[in-house]
Design a protein around this ligand. Structure first.
Ligand code: 3H9
Length: 666
């Protein structure tokens, strides 16, 4: 069946797009729309045209799978020019999402009508792009510079009611009657005739552009696309429509040809791919998850609980000691209230979520839970004890999950008589904020348990990735390949600040030592100040435990801003001197080669061992769990950009054993 069909109803021609799943503007859709509009213009019986979509949504944008491939079919801007220049009025009828090229199509329609549930936006910036089919030039003519700049630079869609207020649509349709309401609207506008957006004056003031840049300076650090979007909107205020379009084209092509957009488009598909479990049918029946138990009311357990409460799922939270339980519950309330103060929740919503929380001092309270997540102290014996108790207490079929960040899930599962029901659900701190969830598949984990854990992650707004059982799973396993050489580099003469700066310049939120300070240097410390076997021992012996007590590799002020510490540097130097390694200048390039390349290498090892399903899953882990800059597409994508040959050569030069599959690629 053709992806664009027409239907004549009296003197109105309805053009219907049908290109599942999201009615993207694939080349045959562009061709179909152009043909249909020409048909309508040529037919003397037709007095107006309605452009509408079948399925769940209006056009959700250009077909991203076509990007980077040889052009096929008619030029999109020409098709849009045809609609805008039509001598008969064209009405865009919107449901679902009108996004990117979809909204640009709606913008060249002479009138727009949408159902109340519709959303309209230009999310190209999230793909490292800008609306490249006149969006940056037509939006300021319809909604004004302020709204256009905000929509283009942030990429967030607006609701239909907001769109009506802004003048982005002309009318709201009845939610269930778009087809008829659009027809009626088309009949009305026959008398008014067509009106081309390009002929409208640009409204509003460019002051908002500087404001947006200031407000988002931190968030946009390293990104090209937000600035290019704003430059185009600004150009609309200064140039003619034609020249503005040329400016937009040039900027669009620059972004499209660059590595940032390639990386962000890679991540768009990677994120969706991660949800798929190889070898399992998509429609595998899932286990119900209507009640959740969380063991441990510390930072992790509390953060995990918040995810479920926010989705209306009741949580029973268990702690051993009343005081810790009370503290944990109070922290959850405090966090919600802080969000409410920022306008994210109403007071009633906060109370509603808190009412779903049942604190308990007994594991027996978890007997009826569909899913229990253990978030206790990271110690195998403790975890085994908890799981063997859960085995006695929990109802048959309940999913028993461990939030362990590196322990062997199979060993934990073996402490129960139902290893098929055990799975790892590794959240990242702060668990109510970080988007990543590593779902660890044990040797005996049942397929429906794995699929349910993945689906549960999605339900609570996480990006879930399947990982195999190995030390540290995907994320922390690779992290250790960065932290170890970073420490070694200190022994050879680099400073924490130099190494961290290479990482933050690269786009990471923090470097290896800033991260260690945040996590706490005394984690796993033997607590004997006389025993100094590492730099960390030296720092701990001097009472430098990290951010928590204001001093670690750095000194921290009351706002937790770190500055290089003379005392820490002296401790490092003292220990360094005992290593007998000659002190030398370390270049930033060497820091990249020794701390980032080994991560890529470890990614290949992980794939070889089958501990990740695909390279793009590893990228998802690093982007959503550790803040790897999305414009660099994750370590595996970045490794490909750097080039396997260059990485292998450097790793071998530094004596790092190279994964066979990486070598084979070089
Ligand atoms: C653009 O328009 C540039 C213009 O300015 C023109 C310049 C010249 N293309 O997300 P879902 C696939 S740039 C191809 O799970 P949902 C997606 O991969 C574009 N494929 O569904 C997935 O495939 P699979 C601007 C696309 O209901 C399936 O559809 N537009 C596209 O949760 C379902 O997707 C955007 O950036 C596409 N454009 O959410 C919008 N979009 O099943 C991007 C989706 O094989 N899309 N697919 O994994 C979205 O934000 C969401 O998909 C949407 C639906 C909200 C529409």
């Amino acid at each position: 069946m053709s992806s664009v069909t027409t239907q004549a109803i009296d003197d109105i021609l309805v053009v219907l797009v049908n290109n599942p799943p999201v009615n993207a503007l694939s080349w045959h859709v562009r061709q179909g729309i152009a043909d249909a509009i020409e048909q309508g213009l040529a037919d003397p019986v037709v007095h107006a045209i309605v452009l509408r979509c079948e399925g769940t949504t209006f056009i959700a944008g250009a077909d991203i799978t076509e990007f980077g491939k040889p052009a096929q079919g008619p030029d999109f801007n020409k098709v849009l020019g045809l609609i805008e220049g039509a001598a008969k009025p064209v009405v865009g009828a919107i449901h679902g999402t009108a996004l990117g090229g979809g909204l640009e199509t709606a913008l060249v329609c002479h009138y727009r009508i949408a159902v109340p549930s519709a959303k309209l936006g230009v999310p190209e910036v999230k793909l490292g792009l800008l609306p490249g089919a006149g969006g940056t030039q037509r939006l300021p003519r319809i909604v004004g510079v302020e709204s256009a700049a905000t929509m283009c630079a942030l990429g967030e869609p607006v609701s239909a009611s907001k769109a009506l207020q802004m003048g982005l649509i002309d009318r709201l349709a009845n939610e269930n009657n778009l087809a008829d309401d659009a027809l009626a609207f088309a009949r009305e506008v026959i008398a008014t005739g067509p009106r081309a957006t390009r002929d409208l004056p640009v409204k509003g003031d460019v002051g908002v552009i500087d404001q947006l840049k200031q407000m988002n300076a931190r968030k946009w650090k390293g990104f090209e696309a937000p600035y290019a979007n704003l430059a185009c909107v600004e150009a609309a205020t200064k140039l003619s429509f034609e020249d503005g379009m040329k400016f937009e084209r040039t900027e669009f092509l620059k972004l499209m040809g660059g590595s940032q957009s390639a990386a962000q488009r890679h991540m768009f598909f990677a994120e969706r791919q991660a949800a798929k479990i190889d070898g399992l049918p998509k429609d595998l029946p899932l286990r119900p998850v209507n009640t959740v138990g969380v063991i441990g009311a510390g930072t992790m357990g509390g953060g995990i609980s918040m995810n479920f409460l926010a989705k209306g799922i009741p949580v029973t939270i268990v702690e051993m000691v009343q005081e810790n339980l009370d503290r944990g519950v109070a922290v959850i309330r405090k966090n919600y209230e802080a969000s409410a103060a920022k306008g994210r929740f109403t007071t009633e919503q906060v109370e509603g979520m808190m009412a779903l929380l049942t604190p308990s001092l007994s594991l027996d309270a978890l007997a009826g839970c569909d899913l229990v997540i253990e978030a206790v102290y990271e110690n195998m014996d403790v975890k085994k004890e908890v799981f063997s108790k859960l085995d006695q207490i929990c109802k048959p079929g309940a999913i028993l999950a461990s939030n362990t960040s590196y322990l062997n899930v199979d060993e934990i599962a073996a402490a129960t008589s139902r290893p098929q029901d055990v799975v790892g659900m590794h959240f990242f701190s702060p668990a109510n904020v970080m988007k990543l969830l590593e779902v660890v598949r044990g040797e005996k984990t049942a397929p429906d348990v794995l699929a349910t854990a993945m689906a549960t992650g999605k339900k609570i707004g996480k990006v879930a990735v399947v990982a195999g059982v190995c030390d540290g799973f995907i994320g922390n396993r690779m992290l250790s390949k960065r932290q170890q050489p970073a420490m070694q580099l200190l022994l050879e003469g680099a400073t924490p600040a130099q190494i961290d700066k290479v990482h933050t310049d690269f786009g990471m939120p923090m470097g290896p030592f800033q991260m260690s300070d945040l996590a706490g240097l005394d984690i796993g410390w033997h607590r004997d100040p006389a025993r100094i076997e590492s730099i960390r021992d030296g720092l701990c012996a001097a009472g430098r435990f990290g951010q928590k007590n204001g001093k670690g590799f750095y000194d921290y002020d009351e706002k937790r801003v770190g500055t290089p510490s003379a005392e820490a540097l002296a401790i490092i130097e003292e220990f360094r001197a005992t290593s007998n390694l000659p002190k030398r200048d370390i270049s930033d390039q060497e820091i990249v080669e020794r701390t980032l390349y080994p991560m890529v290498n470890e990614g290949y090892h992980i794939l070889e061992e089958g501990k990740a399903q695909r390279a793009s899953d590893i990228d998802v882990v690093w982007i959503y769990g550790y803040g790897w800059p999305i414009y660099r597409g994750g370590p595996m994508f970045w490794g490909d950009l750097e080039g396997a040959g260059k990485i292998v050569e450097a790793l071998e030069r530094h004596g790092v054993p190279v994964a066979d599959s990486l070598k084979a690629k070089a």
